[in-house]
Design a protein around this ligand. Structure first.
Ligand code: BES
Ligand code: MN
Ligand code: ZN
Length: 495
Protein backbone atom coordinates (compact mmCIF):
# COMPACT_ATOMS: atom_id res chain seq x y z
CA UNK A 1 0.00 0.00 0.00
CA UNK A 2 1.04 3.54 -0.69
CA UNK A 3 0.39 5.93 2.16
CA UNK A 4 0.36 9.70 2.05
CA UNK A 5 -0.92 12.52 4.24
CA UNK A 6 -3.71 14.80 3.09
CA UNK A 7 -5.43 17.83 4.54
CA UNK A 8 -8.36 18.02 2.13
CA UNK A 9 -11.79 18.60 3.61
CA UNK A 10 -13.81 15.35 3.38
CA UNK A 11 -16.71 16.68 1.30
CA UNK A 12 -14.25 17.76 -1.44
CA UNK A 13 -12.57 14.37 -1.80
CA UNK A 14 -13.33 12.35 -4.94
CA UNK A 15 -11.93 8.99 -3.88
CA UNK A 16 -13.55 6.35 -1.67
CA UNK A 17 -13.80 8.09 1.70
CA UNK A 18 -13.83 6.64 5.20
CA UNK A 19 -15.10 8.53 8.24
CA UNK A 20 -15.58 7.40 11.83
CA UNK A 21 -18.65 7.49 14.05
CA UNK A 22 -18.53 6.91 17.80
CA UNK A 23 -21.05 4.86 19.69
CA UNK A 24 -24.44 6.53 20.04
CA UNK A 25 -24.13 8.00 16.51
CA UNK A 26 -21.67 10.61 17.77
CA UNK A 27 -20.03 12.01 14.69
CA UNK A 28 -16.30 12.67 14.39
CA UNK A 29 -15.25 16.03 12.98
CA UNK A 30 -14.97 14.64 9.45
CA UNK A 31 -18.37 12.94 9.70
CA UNK A 32 -19.87 16.21 10.98
CA UNK A 33 -18.46 18.07 7.99
CA UNK A 34 -19.97 15.52 5.62
CA UNK A 35 -23.24 15.60 7.49
CA UNK A 36 -23.43 19.38 7.17
CA UNK A 37 -22.48 19.29 3.49
CA UNK A 38 -25.13 16.65 2.82
CA UNK A 39 -27.75 18.67 4.75
CA UNK A 40 -28.09 16.04 7.43
CA UNK A 41 -28.44 13.06 5.08
CA UNK A 42 -25.50 11.22 6.65
CA UNK A 43 -27.09 11.14 10.08
CA UNK A 44 -30.51 10.32 8.62
CA UNK A 45 -29.00 7.32 6.86
CA UNK A 46 -27.19 6.12 9.97
CA UNK A 47 -30.45 6.31 11.92
CA UNK A 48 -32.52 4.62 9.24
CA UNK A 49 -30.03 1.76 8.90
CA UNK A 50 -29.62 1.42 12.69
CA UNK A 51 -25.90 2.13 12.61
CA UNK A 52 -24.94 2.96 16.18
CA UNK A 53 -21.15 3.36 15.92
CA UNK A 54 -20.10 0.29 17.89
CA UNK A 55 -16.60 -1.02 17.16
CA UNK A 56 -16.91 -3.51 14.31
CA UNK A 57 -19.85 -1.81 12.58
CA UNK A 58 -19.56 -0.36 9.09
CA UNK A 59 -21.94 1.11 6.57
CA UNK A 60 -21.41 2.16 2.96
CA UNK A 61 -23.33 5.17 1.66
CA UNK A 62 -23.35 6.05 -2.02
CA UNK A 63 -23.87 9.36 -3.77
CA UNK A 64 -24.50 11.50 -0.72
CA UNK A 65 -25.61 14.98 -1.81
CA UNK A 66 -23.13 17.79 -1.30
CA UNK A 67 -20.10 15.46 -1.42
CA UNK A 68 -17.73 14.67 -4.29
CA UNK A 69 -17.01 11.07 -3.42
CA UNK A 70 -19.14 8.30 -4.90
CA UNK A 71 -18.91 6.18 -1.76
CA UNK A 72 -18.51 7.07 1.87
CA UNK A 73 -17.83 4.34 4.38
CA UNK A 74 -18.89 4.98 7.96
CA UNK A 75 -16.89 3.00 10.49
CA UNK A 76 -17.94 2.35 14.07
CA UNK A 77 -15.28 3.54 16.52
CA UNK A 78 -16.88 2.42 19.76
CA UNK A 79 -16.72 4.44 22.91
CA UNK A 80 -13.54 6.48 22.32
CA UNK A 81 -12.35 5.31 25.72
CA UNK A 82 -9.87 2.68 24.73
CA UNK A 83 -7.40 2.20 21.96
CA UNK A 84 -8.32 -1.45 21.36
CA UNK A 85 -11.51 -0.21 19.77
CA UNK A 86 -9.50 2.01 17.47
CA UNK A 87 -7.32 -0.92 16.47
CA UNK A 88 -10.41 -3.05 15.80
CA UNK A 89 -12.03 -0.27 13.81
CA UNK A 90 -8.98 0.22 11.63
CA UNK A 91 -8.63 -3.53 11.05
CA UNK A 92 -12.28 -3.76 10.17
CA UNK A 93 -11.97 -0.79 7.87
CA UNK A 94 -9.05 -2.23 5.92
CA UNK A 95 -10.75 -5.61 5.57
CA UNK A 96 -13.84 -3.87 4.13
CA UNK A 97 -11.91 -1.55 1.90
CA UNK A 98 -9.79 -4.37 0.50
CA UNK A 99 -12.92 -6.35 -0.33
CA UNK A 100 -14.23 -3.45 -2.45
CA UNK A 101 -11.09 -3.51 -4.59
CA UNK A 102 -10.92 0.31 -4.48
CA UNK A 103 -7.50 1.62 -5.42
CA UNK A 104 -7.78 5.14 -4.02
CA UNK A 105 -8.97 5.68 -0.51
CA UNK A 106 -9.03 8.70 1.75
CA UNK A 107 -9.14 7.92 5.41
CA UNK A 108 -10.21 10.36 8.10
CA UNK A 109 -8.72 9.37 11.43
CA UNK A 110 -10.85 10.05 14.47
CA UNK A 111 -9.99 12.60 17.12
CA UNK A 112 -8.99 9.89 19.51
CA UNK A 113 -8.37 11.37 22.92
CA UNK A 114 -8.00 8.05 24.70
CA UNK A 115 -5.38 8.22 27.40
CA UNK A 116 -1.81 7.55 26.36
CA UNK A 117 -2.53 7.64 22.64
CA UNK A 118 -0.46 10.07 20.62
CA UNK A 119 -0.75 11.33 17.08
CA UNK A 120 2.37 9.31 16.25
CA UNK A 121 0.71 6.17 17.63
CA UNK A 122 -2.46 6.67 15.63
CA UNK A 123 -0.70 7.26 12.33
CA UNK A 124 1.77 4.41 12.86
CA UNK A 125 -0.97 1.98 13.86
CA UNK A 126 -3.01 2.92 10.82
CA UNK A 127 -0.14 2.29 8.45
CA UNK A 128 1.07 -0.91 10.12
CA UNK A 129 -2.44 -2.38 10.29
CA UNK A 130 -3.15 -1.32 6.71
CA UNK A 131 0.01 -3.01 5.54
CA UNK A 132 -0.38 -6.23 7.53
CA UNK A 133 -4.15 -6.82 7.35
CA UNK A 134 -4.12 -7.74 3.67
CA UNK A 135 -1.41 -10.32 4.11
CA UNK A 136 -1.96 -13.41 2.03
CA UNK A 137 0.24 -16.46 2.02
CA UNK A 138 1.53 -17.86 -1.22
CA UNK A 139 4.20 -20.49 -1.59
CA UNK A 140 6.98 -18.40 -2.92
CA UNK A 141 10.51 -18.91 -1.92
CA UNK A 142 11.46 -15.41 -2.98
CA UNK A 143 10.00 -13.91 0.18
CA UNK A 144 11.81 -10.66 -0.41
CA UNK A 145 10.70 -10.24 -4.00
CA UNK A 146 8.45 -7.19 -3.73
CA UNK A 147 6.92 -7.76 -7.18
CA UNK A 148 5.39 -11.07 -6.23
CA UNK A 149 4.49 -9.83 -2.76
CA UNK A 150 0.84 -9.83 -1.78
CA UNK A 151 0.81 -6.21 -0.69
CA UNK A 152 -1.71 -4.24 -2.75
CA UNK A 153 -0.92 -1.13 -4.73
CA UNK A 154 -3.84 0.84 -3.27
CA UNK A 155 -3.21 4.51 -2.57
CA UNK A 156 -4.26 5.49 0.92
CA UNK A 157 -4.44 9.16 1.82
CA UNK A 158 -4.56 9.68 5.55
CA UNK A 159 -6.05 12.87 6.88
CA UNK A 160 -4.85 14.06 10.25
CA UNK A 161 -6.15 16.65 12.69
CA UNK A 162 -4.77 20.15 12.39
CA UNK A 163 -1.96 21.10 10.03
CA UNK A 164 0.31 18.37 8.75
CA UNK A 165 4.00 18.13 9.55
CA UNK A 166 6.91 16.20 8.15
CA UNK A 167 6.76 14.07 11.30
CA UNK A 168 3.40 12.74 10.13
CA UNK A 169 5.03 11.35 7.02
CA UNK A 170 7.73 9.72 9.16
CA UNK A 171 5.09 8.07 11.34
CA UNK A 172 3.35 6.73 8.24
CA UNK A 173 6.60 5.36 6.85
CA UNK A 174 7.40 3.79 10.23
CA UNK A 175 4.01 2.10 10.45
CA UNK A 176 4.42 0.85 6.92
CA UNK A 177 7.87 -0.57 7.74
CA UNK A 178 6.50 -2.32 10.83
CA UNK A 179 3.69 -3.84 8.77
CA UNK A 180 6.18 -5.03 6.16
CA UNK A 181 8.34 -6.52 8.90
CA UNK A 182 5.31 -8.40 10.22
CA UNK A 183 4.49 -9.67 6.74
CA UNK A 184 8.02 -10.98 6.25
CA UNK A 185 7.84 -12.70 9.66
CA UNK A 186 4.51 -14.25 8.63
CA UNK A 187 5.89 -15.44 5.30
CA UNK A 188 8.89 -17.10 6.94
CA UNK A 189 6.71 -18.67 9.63
CA UNK A 190 4.16 -20.01 7.15
CA UNK A 191 6.66 -21.52 4.73
CA UNK A 192 6.86 -25.31 5.08
CA UNK A 193 9.91 -26.81 6.72
CA UNK A 194 11.05 -28.45 3.46
CA UNK A 195 11.55 -24.94 2.06
CA UNK A 196 12.37 -22.92 5.16
CA UNK A 197 15.52 -24.69 6.36
CA UNK A 198 18.34 -23.19 8.44
CA UNK A 199 20.19 -22.55 5.16
CA UNK A 200 17.13 -20.80 3.74
CA UNK A 201 16.93 -18.55 6.80
CA UNK A 202 20.60 -17.70 6.39
CA UNK A 203 20.20 -16.93 2.67
CA UNK A 204 17.09 -14.82 3.26
CA UNK A 205 18.80 -12.78 5.98
CA UNK A 206 21.85 -12.29 3.76
CA UNK A 207 19.62 -11.09 0.88
CA UNK A 208 17.78 -8.71 3.18
CA UNK A 209 21.09 -7.37 4.42
CA UNK A 210 22.17 -6.66 0.83
CA UNK A 211 18.88 -4.93 0.02
CA UNK A 212 18.70 -2.85 3.20
CA UNK A 213 22.41 -2.31 3.78
CA UNK A 214 23.27 -4.17 6.93
CA UNK A 215 25.96 -6.79 7.23
CA UNK A 216 25.28 -10.49 7.66
CA UNK A 217 27.70 -13.27 8.40
CA UNK A 218 26.81 -16.85 8.93
CA UNK A 219 28.63 -19.35 11.12
CA UNK A 220 28.80 -22.93 9.84
CA UNK A 221 28.75 -26.05 11.99
CA UNK A 222 32.56 -26.15 11.75
CA UNK A 223 32.76 -22.54 13.01
CA UNK A 224 30.44 -23.37 15.87
CA UNK A 225 32.42 -26.45 16.75
CA UNK A 226 35.53 -24.31 17.06
CA UNK A 227 33.66 -22.00 19.43
CA UNK A 228 32.63 -25.00 21.53
CA UNK A 229 28.89 -24.73 20.93
CA UNK A 230 28.19 -28.30 21.97
CA UNK A 231 24.58 -27.60 22.99
CA UNK A 232 23.52 -25.99 19.73
CA UNK A 233 25.21 -28.69 17.65
CA UNK A 234 23.59 -31.47 19.68
CA UNK A 235 20.23 -30.36 18.27
CA UNK A 236 21.19 -30.44 14.59
CA UNK A 237 23.28 -33.60 14.72
CA UNK A 238 20.30 -35.86 13.93
CA UNK A 239 19.34 -33.89 10.82
CA UNK A 240 20.84 -33.73 7.36
CA UNK A 241 20.14 -29.98 7.44
CA UNK A 242 23.19 -28.16 8.77
CA UNK A 243 22.72 -25.74 11.67
CA UNK A 244 23.49 -22.06 11.10
CA UNK A 245 24.23 -19.25 13.48
CA UNK A 246 23.23 -16.11 11.62
CA UNK A 247 24.85 -12.88 12.78
CA UNK A 248 23.27 -9.75 11.30
CA UNK A 249 24.55 -6.29 12.29
CA UNK A 250 22.50 -3.20 11.62
CA UNK A 251 24.63 -0.15 12.41
CA UNK A 252 22.42 2.92 12.44
CA UNK A 253 24.06 4.35 15.56
CA UNK A 254 27.52 5.57 16.43
CA UNK A 255 30.36 3.13 16.30
CA UNK A 256 30.81 3.14 20.06
CA UNK A 257 27.11 2.65 20.86
CA UNK A 258 26.54 -0.72 22.51
CA UNK A 259 24.12 -2.78 20.42
CA UNK A 260 20.74 -4.18 21.33
CA UNK A 261 21.01 -7.87 20.57
CA UNK A 262 17.92 -9.79 19.43
CA UNK A 263 18.29 -13.56 19.61
CA UNK A 264 15.83 -15.74 17.71
CA UNK A 265 15.03 -19.42 18.16
CA UNK A 266 15.14 -20.81 14.65
CA UNK A 267 14.12 -24.47 14.88
CA UNK A 268 12.85 -24.93 11.34
CA UNK A 269 11.10 -28.13 12.37
CA UNK A 270 10.76 -29.62 15.83
CA UNK A 271 9.90 -33.33 15.83
CA UNK A 272 11.10 -33.56 19.42
CA UNK A 273 14.07 -35.68 18.30
CA UNK A 274 14.42 -39.05 20.03
CA UNK A 275 11.94 -37.76 22.63
CA UNK A 276 9.55 -37.77 19.68
CA UNK A 277 6.41 -35.65 19.84
CA UNK A 278 2.99 -37.23 19.30
CA UNK A 279 1.77 -36.86 15.74
CA UNK A 280 -1.35 -34.73 16.34
CA UNK A 281 -0.78 -31.21 14.99
CA UNK A 282 2.91 -31.91 14.55
CA UNK A 283 2.79 -29.88 11.32
CA UNK A 284 2.58 -26.79 13.54
CA UNK A 285 6.17 -27.37 14.57
CA UNK A 286 7.21 -25.71 11.31
CA UNK A 287 6.40 -22.56 13.34
CA UNK A 288 9.21 -23.31 15.76
CA UNK A 289 11.33 -20.72 13.97
CA UNK A 290 8.92 -17.84 14.57
CA UNK A 291 11.30 -16.23 17.06
CA UNK A 292 13.90 -16.10 14.30
CA UNK A 293 11.28 -14.84 11.84
CA UNK A 294 10.37 -11.99 14.19
CA UNK A 295 14.01 -10.99 14.53
CA UNK A 296 14.43 -10.94 10.73
CA UNK A 297 11.14 -9.02 10.33
CA UNK A 298 12.29 -6.50 12.93
CA UNK A 299 15.61 -6.08 11.11
CA UNK A 300 13.65 -5.30 7.94
CA UNK A 301 11.52 -2.73 9.77
CA UNK A 302 14.31 -0.90 11.61
CA UNK A 303 16.55 -0.80 8.54
CA UNK A 304 13.69 0.73 6.53
CA UNK A 305 13.02 3.21 9.33
CA UNK A 306 16.77 3.93 9.47
CA UNK A 307 16.70 4.03 13.27
CA UNK A 308 19.84 5.68 14.72
CA UNK A 309 20.81 2.71 16.89
CA UNK A 310 22.91 -0.42 16.60
CA UNK A 311 21.06 -3.71 16.58
CA UNK A 312 22.46 -7.21 16.18
CA UNK A 313 20.20 -10.08 15.18
CA UNK A 314 21.47 -13.52 16.17
CA UNK A 315 19.60 -16.49 14.84
CA UNK A 316 20.20 -19.98 16.12
CA UNK A 317 18.84 -22.12 13.32
CA UNK A 318 18.64 -25.92 13.35
CA UNK A 319 16.27 -28.78 12.62
CA UNK A 320 15.39 -31.20 15.43
CA UNK A 321 15.13 -34.72 13.98
CA UNK A 322 15.32 -38.28 15.30
CA UNK A 323 17.88 -40.49 13.59
CA UNK A 324 20.79 -42.80 14.34
CA UNK A 325 23.00 -39.76 14.75
CA UNK A 326 20.56 -37.85 16.96
CA UNK A 327 21.24 -36.95 20.58
CA UNK A 328 19.96 -39.53 23.08
CA UNK A 329 18.22 -38.72 26.36
CA UNK A 330 20.96 -38.87 28.98
CA UNK A 331 23.68 -37.52 26.69
CA UNK A 332 25.87 -34.85 28.28
CA UNK A 333 27.18 -31.94 26.21
CA UNK A 334 29.51 -29.04 26.92
CA UNK A 335 28.31 -25.54 26.05
CA UNK A 336 30.33 -22.61 24.78
CA UNK A 337 30.22 -21.20 28.33
CA UNK A 338 31.94 -24.32 29.65
CA UNK A 339 28.87 -25.43 31.59
CA UNK A 340 27.79 -29.01 30.96
CA UNK A 341 24.21 -30.07 30.28
CA UNK A 342 22.51 -33.40 30.78
CA UNK A 343 19.96 -33.65 27.97
CA UNK A 344 17.12 -35.52 29.65
CA UNK A 345 14.62 -34.67 26.94
CA UNK A 346 15.63 -33.95 23.35
CA UNK A 347 12.35 -32.08 22.85
CA UNK A 348 13.62 -29.29 25.12
CA UNK A 349 15.89 -28.22 22.26
CA UNK A 350 15.11 -24.51 22.05
CA UNK A 351 17.04 -23.73 25.21
CA UNK A 352 19.95 -25.80 23.88
CA UNK A 353 20.38 -23.70 20.76
CA UNK A 354 19.68 -20.45 22.61
CA UNK A 355 22.13 -20.98 25.47
CA UNK A 356 25.12 -21.04 23.11
CA UNK A 357 23.78 -18.02 21.21
CA UNK A 358 23.45 -16.14 24.52
CA UNK A 359 27.06 -16.93 25.39
CA UNK A 360 28.14 -15.84 21.91
CA UNK A 361 26.25 -12.55 22.51
CA UNK A 362 28.54 -11.76 25.48
CA UNK A 363 31.39 -10.70 23.27
CA UNK A 364 29.16 -8.12 21.56
CA UNK A 365 28.85 -6.32 24.93
CA UNK A 366 25.13 -5.67 24.46
CA UNK A 367 23.31 -2.72 26.01
CA UNK A 368 20.57 -5.34 26.34
CA UNK A 369 19.75 -8.69 24.79
CA UNK A 370 16.26 -10.02 24.15
CA UNK A 371 15.70 -13.58 23.03
CA UNK A 372 12.49 -14.52 21.26
CA UNK A 373 11.41 -18.16 21.22
CA UNK A 374 8.47 -20.51 20.79
CA UNK A 375 9.95 -22.17 23.83
CA UNK A 376 7.34 -24.03 25.85
CA UNK A 377 3.89 -25.56 25.56
CA UNK A 378 3.54 -24.58 29.21
CA UNK A 379 3.48 -20.91 28.22
CA UNK A 380 0.43 -21.58 26.04
CA UNK A 381 -1.20 -23.16 29.09
CA UNK A 382 -0.49 -20.18 31.34
CA UNK A 383 -1.01 -17.20 29.03
CA UNK A 384 -2.91 -18.63 26.07
CA UNK A 385 -2.78 -16.76 22.78
CA UNK A 386 -3.07 -13.27 24.28
CA UNK A 387 0.19 -12.35 25.95
CA UNK A 388 3.74 -13.53 25.36
CA UNK A 389 5.65 -14.62 28.46
CA UNK A 390 8.30 -12.16 29.65
CA UNK A 391 11.24 -13.12 31.85
CA UNK A 392 14.12 -10.84 32.74
CA UNK A 393 17.13 -10.39 34.98
CA UNK A 394 16.61 -6.60 34.92
CA UNK A 395 13.54 -4.75 36.21
CA UNK A 396 14.04 -1.59 34.12
CA UNK A 397 14.35 -3.61 30.93
CA UNK A 398 11.30 -5.69 31.85
CA UNK A 399 9.25 -2.53 32.48
CA UNK A 400 10.41 -1.01 29.21
CA UNK A 401 9.36 -4.13 27.29
CA UNK A 402 6.03 -4.38 29.13
CA UNK A 403 5.31 -0.75 28.30
CA UNK A 404 6.24 -1.22 24.63
CA UNK A 405 3.92 -4.22 24.50
CA UNK A 406 0.99 -2.25 25.87
CA UNK A 407 1.52 0.68 23.53
CA UNK A 408 1.89 -1.51 20.42
CA UNK A 409 -0.89 -3.81 21.68
CA UNK A 410 1.46 -6.76 21.30
CA UNK A 411 1.29 -7.55 24.97
CA UNK A 412 3.54 -9.48 27.36
CA UNK A 413 3.17 -10.63 30.94
CA UNK A 414 6.12 -11.03 33.26
CA UNK A 415 6.81 -14.22 35.19
CA UNK A 416 9.51 -14.86 37.81
CA UNK A 417 12.87 -16.57 37.42
CA UNK A 418 13.61 -17.11 41.10
CA UNK A 419 16.41 -19.37 42.27
CA UNK A 420 13.77 -21.66 43.81
CA UNK A 421 12.86 -22.64 40.26
CA UNK A 422 16.42 -22.90 38.98
CA UNK A 423 16.96 -25.64 41.61
CA UNK A 424 14.58 -27.85 39.64
CA UNK A 425 17.24 -28.08 36.93
CA UNK A 426 19.76 -29.83 39.17
CA UNK A 427 21.45 -32.83 37.56
CA UNK A 428 23.47 -35.70 39.02
CA UNK A 429 25.65 -35.87 35.96
CA UNK A 430 26.18 -32.30 34.71
CA UNK A 431 25.99 -28.66 35.80
CA UNK A 432 22.40 -28.45 34.61
CA UNK A 433 19.62 -30.69 33.30
CA UNK A 434 17.73 -29.39 30.28
CA UNK A 435 14.31 -29.98 31.84
CA UNK A 436 12.86 -29.29 35.27
CA UNK A 437 9.84 -31.56 35.39
CA UNK A 438 6.18 -30.82 34.73
CA UNK A 439 5.70 -27.94 37.16
CA UNK A 440 6.34 -24.35 36.03
CA UNK A 441 7.57 -25.45 32.60
CA UNK A 442 8.01 -22.04 31.03
CA UNK A 443 9.72 -20.67 34.15
CA UNK A 444 12.27 -23.47 34.42
CA UNK A 445 13.00 -23.03 30.70
CA UNK A 446 13.65 -19.32 31.30
CA UNK A 447 15.77 -20.11 34.39
CA UNK A 448 17.87 -22.38 32.20
CA UNK A 449 18.51 -19.51 29.76
CA UNK A 450 19.25 -17.09 32.61
CA UNK A 451 22.22 -19.26 33.57
CA UNK A 452 23.84 -18.22 30.28
CA UNK A 453 22.79 -14.55 30.13
CA UNK A 454 24.73 -13.43 33.16
CA UNK A 455 26.79 -10.49 31.94
CA UNK A 456 24.22 -8.09 30.42
CA UNK A 457 20.61 -6.94 30.89
CA UNK A 458 18.58 -9.73 29.36
CA UNK A 459 14.96 -10.54 28.65
CA UNK A 460 13.33 -13.63 27.22
CA UNK A 461 10.03 -13.65 25.34
CA UNK A 462 8.20 -16.98 25.19
CA UNK A 463 5.99 -16.60 22.12
CA UNK A 464 4.75 -20.20 21.95
CA UNK A 465 1.15 -18.99 22.29
CA UNK A 466 1.30 -15.76 20.33
CA UNK A 467 3.38 -16.54 17.24
CA UNK A 468 0.69 -18.37 15.30
CA UNK A 469 -3.00 -19.20 15.20
CA UNK A 470 -4.26 -22.80 14.91
CA UNK A 471 -7.41 -24.21 13.35
CA UNK A 472 -9.27 -22.88 10.35
CA UNK A 473 -7.37 -19.60 10.36
CA UNK A 474 -4.02 -21.34 10.80
CA UNK A 475 -1.14 -18.99 10.16
CA UNK A 476 1.69 -16.97 11.57
CA UNK A 477 0.75 -13.71 13.38
CA UNK A 478 3.92 -11.69 12.83
CA UNK A 479 4.22 -11.16 16.59
CA UNK A 480 6.24 -9.85 18.36
CA UNK A 481 7.50 -7.59 15.56
CA UNK A 482 5.27 -4.68 16.69
CA UNK A 483 6.54 -4.98 20.26
CA UNK A 484 10.21 -5.17 19.26
CA UNK A 485 9.83 -2.22 16.89
CA UNK A 486 8.13 -0.11 19.56
CA UNK A 487 10.90 -0.99 22.01
CA UNK A 488 13.60 -0.05 19.50
CA UNK A 489 11.82 3.16 18.42
CA UNK A 490 11.80 4.18 22.10
CA UNK A 491 15.47 3.32 22.51
CA UNK A 492 16.28 5.33 19.39
CA UNK A 493 14.36 8.41 20.50
CA UNK A 494 15.68 8.36 24.08
CA UNK A 495 19.22 8.78 22.84
N1 BES B 1 8.73 -25.92 20.36
C1 BES B 1 8.32 -26.55 21.55
C2 BES B 1 7.37 -25.70 22.38
C3 BES B 1 5.96 -25.59 21.87
C4 BES B 1 5.07 -26.62 22.02
C5 BES B 1 5.54 -24.42 21.29
C6 BES B 1 3.78 -26.49 21.58
C7 BES B 1 4.23 -24.28 20.86
C8 BES B 1 3.35 -25.33 21.00
C9 BES B 1 9.53 -26.85 22.43
O1 BES B 1 10.70 -27.16 21.76
C10 BES B 1 9.17 -28.05 23.26
O2 BES B 1 8.99 -29.07 22.70
N2 BES B 1 9.09 -27.84 24.56
C11 BES B 1 8.72 -28.90 25.44
C12 BES B 1 9.58 -28.81 26.67
C13 BES B 1 9.48 -29.99 27.57
C14 BES B 1 10.06 -31.22 26.91
C15 BES B 1 10.18 -29.68 28.85
C16 BES B 1 7.25 -28.70 25.80
O3 BES B 1 6.81 -27.56 25.95
O4 BES B 1 6.55 -29.69 25.89
MN1 MN C 1 10.83 -29.24 21.30
ZN1 ZN D 1 10.89 -26.41 19.91
Amino acid sequence: MNFSITSKSPETVKSYTVVGVFEGQKLTQAAKTINTASKGTLLQNLKARKFSGKAGESLELTNLQGTKSKTILAIGLGSNKCKVEFIQAIQNMFVRVRATGETEITLYLPELKARGVSRAWMIRQTASIGTSVGYKYQLRTAVLDTKSSSSSAAKISVSVEGSQSTNDRDYLAQGNAIGRGMNLAKDLGNLPANVCTPTFLAETTAKLGKLNKFSVKCLSEADMKKLGMGALLSVSQGSKEAAKLIHASYSGGKKKDAPIVLVGKGITFDTGGISLKSSGDMDEMKYDMCGAASVIGTLLAISEMKLPINVVGLIAAAENMPSSTATRPGDVVTTMSGKTIEILNTDAEGRLVLCDALTYAEKLRPAAAIDVATLTGACVVSLGKVASGLFSNNDELADEITQAGTVSWDRVWRMPIWADYTKLLNSNFADLANIGGRAAGSITAACFLAEFATSYPWAHLDIAGTAWISGKEKGSTGRPVPLLCEFLLNRASSK
